[in-house]
Design a protein around this ligand. Structure first.
Ligand code: PA5
Length: 343
């Protein structure tokens, strides 16, 4: 079936060094060249008509689906769902396109829901660096370069996911080449920011971060939580405005000894109602004795904001790991759990 070229990683990339990988986030965005046949297949699916796009994946492999959904929410006329389970949702039928992503290619939940998609005859696109998923011969596969941690592969994965979703939706395709330069420029000024990554990481030593995003920055908040969990081996939370104004705002009376640091992920493109909610929530959290911080994403577009802020937050997770003298690459407990389940 159709294949993408297996891309070689830039020689400066050190797969066993998470700080190096996060530093190369911008370069990884423009590393993968998707074969035109895959995009043509996606365009064909668009022409034939589809009822929705369902992502299958877990952890670091699945988040690109949330990014695509949040980013394209205003343009898309079909739903995108992101399934992190053994089961394929029953609303997904042969009129849906399923995009299954597993960096290792061996994640059992993803393989299970993928086999259900195969059974019902959905149109399927796969993305993996190897494992059982790479043995599939029936469907187009995007081959990811191997040797990385799945979460470090987000820029690679997303740079393929977005053009595929855009093709499936009949939209103009994003050019990732220019984004590399944009993100490098932004990262060169991190230390001039009000809070450079290391300083923010220091504030997470005593306090548990609660990342709060809205709209296109909601998945960025979720990604930040996951990166602190996996890279820094520390507790973190995430939530979303306006929803958290209807529940979480009441929760700081009884925190059971957990000292929370709300981190508002702010967009320069916030609509008035969301902007006001953030400002009022910030003030109320201050009055409650919390010490919230605002992180303003910088970018001319929602996509630039999402990626630049993700890059910045990923670096915070690595800085925090360094402060804890922890290796951000190793995920011993995830490995052990997968091993026990496979017995
Ligand atoms: O980042 C990680 O290492 C994890 O969150 C993995 O992505 C998760 O366990 C799923 O594995 P895979 O991405 O190989 O399917």
């Amino acid at each position: 079936m159709e294949r993408t070229n297996t891309m070689k990683l830039p020689s400066s990339i050190k797969p066993d060094n998470m700080k190096n990988l996060v530093t190369h986030f911008p370069q990884l965005l423009s590393t993968l060249q998707i074969e035109s046949s895959i995009l043509n297949t996606a365009r064909e699916f668009h022409k034939e008509g589809l009822n929705g796009i369902c992502f299958l994946g877990m952890g670091g492999s699945s988040i690109a689906g949330n990014y695509a959904r949040a980013l394209l929410s205003k343009e898309l006329k079909i739903p995108i769902s992101v399934t992190r389970d053994y089961l394929l949702p029953t609303y997904v039928d042969d009129k849906w396109v399923v995009i299954a992503i597993s960096y290792s290619g061996n994640t059992e939940e993803t393989l299970s829901s993928l086999s259900m998609a195969n059974e019902i005859g959905s149109r399927i696109i796969l993305m993996t660096s190897g494992g059982k998923m790479a043995q599939e011969s029936k469907h187009p596969i995007i081959h990811l370069p191997d040797g990385l941690q799945p979460r470090a592969a987000l820029p690679l994965i997303f740079s393929a996911v977005l053009p595929i979703v855009e093709s499936l939706a009949g939209l103009k395709i994003t050019n990732f080449q220019y984004l590399e330069e944009v993100l490098i420029k932004k990262s060169n000024t991190w230390n001039e920011w009000l809070f450079p990554p290391k300083e923010i990481a220091e504030s997470f030593i005593e306090k548990t971060p609660l990342f709060i995003g809205s709209r296109h920055l909601a998945p960025v908040a979720y990604r930040a939580k996951c990166q602190i969990n996996e890279n820094s081996k520390a507790l973190a939370f995430h939530s979303e405005l306006p929803e958290s104004n209807h529940n979480e705002i009441e929760s700081f009376v009884k925190t059971n000894g957990c000292s929370v640091l709300p981190v508002f992920l702010r967009s320069g493109l916030e609509p008035t109602k969301i902007n006001r909610r953030f400002d009022v929530t910030y003030d109320m959290y201050l009055e409650m004795g919390l010490s919230p911080i605002n992180l303003l994403a910088s970018g001319d577009t929602r996509l630039e904001e999402m990626l630049a802020l993700t890059h910045f937050l990923d670096m915070i997770s690595v800085e925090l790991a360094e402060l804890f003298s922890i290796d951000p690459v190793s995920v011993e407990r995830i490995k052990e759990l997968k091993h026990r389940l496979s017995r």
